[in-house]
Design a protein around this ligand. Structure first.
Ligand code: SF4
Length: 333
C-alpha cells in the first residue's frame, strides 16, 4: 500500500520532494572485486575459509555460507577444521599467509584489493630505505595489521593521534620526559581514512620530524573510491543542499556511522539506518530533499529497498536509479 505523507510545511513547500542518491555509495570497487573473486571460486563441495570477514553484512555472509564460503578467525582455525582452500580478504594479510598456505599444501585465493597491495609495498619499500613507518589508521584493523606486517620491521607503528606515537619534542628539544622522533619518518594512511584529518595529522608529525635535518616522506594512500565517496557526500550537503541524509549500513559498520556523523557535523539532519523500517515518518514530513549514502559493505539491494520505501511515501524515484553503471571502472593506483 502506498502511504503518501502530508505536504511538507509551508517553509519547505518551495522545494519539491526529491531523492538524491550519492554518486558513490555502497560497495567500493575493491570489495566488489573481492566478492567476485571469492564467489567465482566458491563451490559447496570445495569449501573456502576466508581468514577474517569478507564483508560486514549479515545478509551477504549468509549467502556466502550457502555457497561454501565461511570466514575463520585465523589460519590455524581453518586448518583445525580441515579446510583445503583459504582466502585472503580485500583488507589483505601479512606475507606469512602465503608461506603458511604453501607449507600446509592448501590452495590460497588472494582477493587483496590492489589499492591495499600498493600501501603494503610502499611501506615495505620505505622501511628498506631506512624510514620509521607511521600508518595513520586503527591499529586493530586487518588492513593496518597487514601493512605493518609487510613493512617487515619493528620500526613501524599505527596511530590516529601523533601523541600515540610517544614523541613529543623535536630533536633539538629532548630531555626529561621529552622524546623526539627518529630522523627519517615516512607516513602512509589506511585507505579508508578522511583526507582532511590525515592532512592535519601529517602537518603535526612533520613539525616534529623536520627540524634539525630530519626527513619526512608523506604518501597519501587513501584510495580513490574512498576519496570519491567523501566528495559525493560533500556534494549532497553543499550542492544538492539535502535537508536529510540517510546513511545506510549495518549497525556495526563504523564507516557508515562516520558518514552520518559528517552529515550532522555539517548541520544536516543525518541518520545511520540499517533498513527501511528504521526511517521515522516524521523525518520525512519535515524534510523535502533526502540524500542517500551507504557504507562500503552495504549491498545494492538494501540501498534499493530504502529508495523503494521513500518512493512508496510519495517521493519521485531517482532518475538514474541507485548508481551509475560503469562496468569498466578501475580506480587510479
Ligand atoms: S582500498 Fe579502497 S577500494 Fe580497496 S577495498 Fe579498501 S576501500 Fe575498497
Amino acid at each position: 500500500m502506498t502511504t503518501v505523507l502530508p505536504e511538507a510545511p509551508a517553509a519547505e513547500t518551495t522545494r519539491a520532494r526529491r531523492i538524491v542518491v550519492a554518486a558513490e555509495l555502497g560497495y567500493c570497487w575493491g570489495v566488489r572485486r573481492a566478492l567476485d573473486i571469492v564467489q567465482e571460486a566458491a563451490s559447496p563441495d570445495r569449501k573456502i575459509a576466508p581468514i577474517g570477514d569478507v564483508i560486514h553484512n549479515p545478509q551477504i555472509v549468509q549467502r556466502l555460507r550457502a555457497q561454501g564460503v565461511e570466514g575463520k578467525p585465523d589460519f590455524d582455525a581453518a586448518m583445525r577444521e580441515g579446510y583445503k582452500r583459504i582466502a585472503i580478504t580485500a583488507h589483505g594479510w601479512g606475507p606469512e599467509m602465503a608461506k603458511n598456505a604453501a607449507a600446509a599444501g592448501v590452495e590460497l585465493i588472494d582477493s587483496t584489493c590492489p589499492l591495499v597491495t600498493k600501501v603494503q609495498r610502499m611501506a615495505q619499500k620505505l622501511a628498506r630505505q631506512g624510514y620509521f613507518i607511521v600508518i595513520y589508521g586503527d591499529d586493530y584493523h586487518p588492513e593496518v595489521k597487514s601493512v605493518l606486517a609487510w613493512s617487515g620491521t619493528s620500526k613501524a607503528k599505527a596511530a590516529k593521534k601523533v601523541s600515540q606515537l610517544g614523541w613529543n619534542a623535536t630533536r633539538a628539544d629532548i630531555g626529561e620526559g621529552r622524546v623526539a622522533p627518529p630522523r627519517k619518518v615516512a607516513l602512509v594512511s589506511q585507505t579508508t581514512k578522511n583526507v582532511g584529518e590525515l592532512m592535519a595529522f601529517a602537518r603535526e608529525l612533520e613539525a616534529l620530524v623536520i627540524p634539525e635535518g630530519g626527513e619526512f616522506r608523506f604518501v597519501n594512500t587513501i584510495c580513490e573510491p574512498t576519496s570519491e565517496r567523501q566528495r559525493a557526500l560533500q556534494r549532497l550537503i553543499e550542492e544538492d543542499r539535502c535537508d536529510l541524509i540517510l546513511a545506510i549500513g549495518g549497525k556495526k559498520s563504523s564507516n557508515t556511522a562516520r558518514l552520518a556523523e559528517v552529515g550532522n557535523r555539517a548541520g544536516v539532519e543525518s541518520y545511520h539506518i540499517e533498513r527501511p523500517e528504521d526511517i521515522a515518518d516524521e523525518w520525512l514530513a519535515s524534510n523535502a530533499v533526502v540524500g542517500i549514502t551507504a557504507g562500503a559493505s552495504t549491498p545494492d539491494d538494501v540501498i534499493q529497498e530504502v529508495v523503494d520505501h521513500l518512493v512508496a511515501r510519495g517521493y519521485p524515484a531517482p532518475e538514474n536509479g541507485i548508481r551509475p553503471v560503469d562496468p569498466d571502472y578501475v580506480p587510479a593506483y
